[in-house]
Design a protein. Structure first.
Length: 480
């Protein structure tokens, strides 16, 4: 005798457990599920209206889930869909008895006149499935809330992630577009780029260095930019320069500083807007002129750089950075992110991974964050000691990225900071004359997914609190 079906979910399903005590039935429409399956068995083309809307798990009835999965498999194999082929498919997978045999498949077609409304019915079944997902997610949120020993930021990230999963499921059903629908947007963006170039504007967020803007056209949305150097090369100084330029242009810049405190970074901002010597500022031996400059610099920061936000929480994970960035982005307070620096981050649950795997995972997280929020993420990174072994000049290369080659793979841009004076490496102009490199540096764009690579020359003051184009010198046209 064939096994009879009750058309209900397995009683051990999570949602059934959640609602058991209240006696409530999860959102479902088993009758419409029957109608949909009957239509699919009667009309071959009906599957085209349903398959982009429903996945097997969208069916509340376990029986209907099994039948629909068999139908999808037949369709993928370009085989006909009817009672005979579906029953044969289920017999091969030893599931025919479980769904009630051929008799139950025949019953599905009895009350179906045509497949005229199958798309509408599929929409209703999908909505019921989403409501069941909401119930399950709600339970997970409640559990996270009661976990008093957990991290609040990570709990919030988990909540948002689960809610986003549901949103993505809904959005995914409307994700396909014909190329002719995409074309107008693409052309519009192309015309904007042309207009920006002709008017001297950047399509992205300006970097504050003219030659770097020429190569990158500014920091672009969804890009991961890796800024790497050995210690004392000026990674933090360059990062602050980029953040200042973004803030001055009206963008909200968020700095996650794992190395320096928010007070130290703000001190540097004051020095970058003044000519006060760092030693005098730190020691307090300042004259009246220094004090006036300090007060003026504070005023400039309040007026022009108030959109810089600094998070200096220690022992931070990429998950926590992601959660806080999302929150700030929703508040319109996050247009570009700076992380200083990658090797000081940690990854939750990385106890069983080696350092290279851990860094690889965090690098990938940074790229996902850039894509998710559709903003540039500038990730500072250390270089390995291999650079120091090149005693001739110490010029870094991509293989020097510390701990992981995945950093290079994930990055849209990889930029190295190189200061020849640090290594005592001579720099010649076009005439072969050795130039003074005391306050001279180069940004080496070694990877550019969307454009050319190149070298950008810059100057800085003695304390490297100010960075500017290499065109404050009459020698500019004689270099290289």
């Amino acid at each position: 005798m064939k096994k009879q079906t009750n058309n209900q979910r397995n009683p051990t399903s999570q949602i059934d457990f959640l609602l058991a005590e209240s006696g409530r039935i999860p959102p479902q429409s088993v009758e419409l599920e029957r109608t949909i399956l009957g239509a699919l068995l009667l009309e071959r083309d009906a599957i085209d209206d349903v398959q982009n809307m429903l996945e097997p798990e969208c069916f509340y009835s376990r029986t209907h889930e099994i039948i629909y999965r068999a139908i999808l498999s037949l369709n993928t194999q370009h085989q006909p869909i009817d009672i005979y082929t579906v029953s044969e498919k289920l017999r091969q997978s030893n599931e025919l008895d479980e769904i009630g045999g051929v008799n139950y498949l025949s019953q599905l077609t009895l009350k179906v006149g045509s497949a005229a409304h199958v798309k509408y019915h599929a929409q209703v079944v999908f909505e019921k499935y989403i409501l069941r997902q909401v119930i399950q997610t709600g339970h997970q949120i409640i559990s996270a809330g009661f976990n008093e020993g957990g991290d609040v930021d990570e709990a919030m990230a988990t909540v948002e992630q689960e809610v986003n999963k549901i949103a993505m499921q809904i959005a995914g059903k409307m994700d396909i577009s014909n190329v002719t629908q995409i074309l107008p947007t693409v052309l519009d963006e192309a015309y904007k780029r042309i207009e920006n170039i002709r008017s001297g504007k950047c399509s992205g967020i300006r970097t504050g260095l003219r030659d770097l803007d020429k190569i990158t056209n500014g920091w672009q949305k969804s890009n991961l930019i890796v800024l790497a150097a050995r210690p004392s090369m000026g990674k933090t100084a360059m990062m602050l320069h980029f953040a200042k330029v973004a803030a001055n242009a009206g963008y909200a810049a968020v700095i996650f500083s794992l190395e320096m405190s928010k007070f130290s970074l703000t001190n540097r901002l004051i020095l970058s807007e003044s000519d006060i010597l760092p030693d005098r500022f730190r020691s307090g031996y300042m004259g009246n002129d220094d004090i006036s400059q300090m007060e003026h610099a504070a005023g400039v920061i309040e007026q022009r750089q108030s959109s810089i936000y600094i998070d200096d929480t220690s022992d931070v994970t990429m998950g926590r950075i992601r959660a806080r960035a999302r929150a700030l982005h929703k508040q319109k307070k996050c247009d570009i992110i700076f992380i200083d620096y990658l090797q000081l981050c940690r990854e939750k649950g990385a106890d069983n991974r080696n350092r290279e795997q851990e860094v690889s995972a965090m690098s990938r997280e940074a790229k996902i964050l850039a894509k998710e929020l559709d903003i540039p993420v500038v990730l500072l990174s250390q270089l390995s000691r291999e650079v120091e072994k090149r005693q001739k000049n110490g010029v870094p290369q991509l293989s020097d990225l510390r701990d992981s080659g995945a950093i290079e793979q994930d990055a849209d841009l990889v930029i190295f900071i190189y200061r020849p004076a640090y290594y005592g490496a001579p720099v010649e102009d076009r005439q072969g004359n050795i130039i003074d490199t005391t306050n001279y540096g180069e940004l080496l764009v070694e990877k550019n997914r969307d454009g050319a690579c190149g070298r950008v020359k810059f100057q800085h003051n003695v304390g490297m609190t100010k960075i500017y184009d290499y065109d404050n010198s009459e020698k500019r046209n004689d270099i290289f």
